[in-house]
Design a protein. Sequence first.
Length: 183
Amino acid sequence: MIMIMQPSISLLFQDARDTRLASGQVLFAAGKSVTDIYMVRSGRVHLQRHTTHGAQMVLQNALPGAVIAEASAYSTRYHCDAVAAEESVVAGLPKARFLSALADEPALAESWSALLARSVQAARLRSEIRSLPRVADRLDAWLAEGNALPEKGRWQEMAAELGVTREALYRELSRRRTNNQSL
């Protein structure tokens, strides 16, 4: 969940081509060739995978200013799907132009390296939360990181981010309401 971008990275996308996405629309799919690097201008885009058991896992909840699937800059094919979680606008920059700018501008490359480091830290935190055995523990850890419970219609997305079924999350939230635990 990288929300704050270095100004130089944002400036790189200043003249990029905008694409409007409807909620649920796929920006790119796993296995497709990486031709562009995308930054969210408005809305939310989920980077997601489907497990072998059919569960959806949200690997990135990209908010405005976030680059979607940062590692794709160094890959020939996408390893995940990018799907608009709500109506969104993304800026697309040709991958070759993106990499050329990094090679030509050391300050930009340094900002990009810092962004990648924060992305790795966020991924490790998500992994740590998902490794917790109980839904209650995952929810506690997620809330302790400053996350707030979304509105009721978005609980399924939170379940995917926590790596639990929506039913298991609903049961935990119901248990907390019954026991008057704070959410």
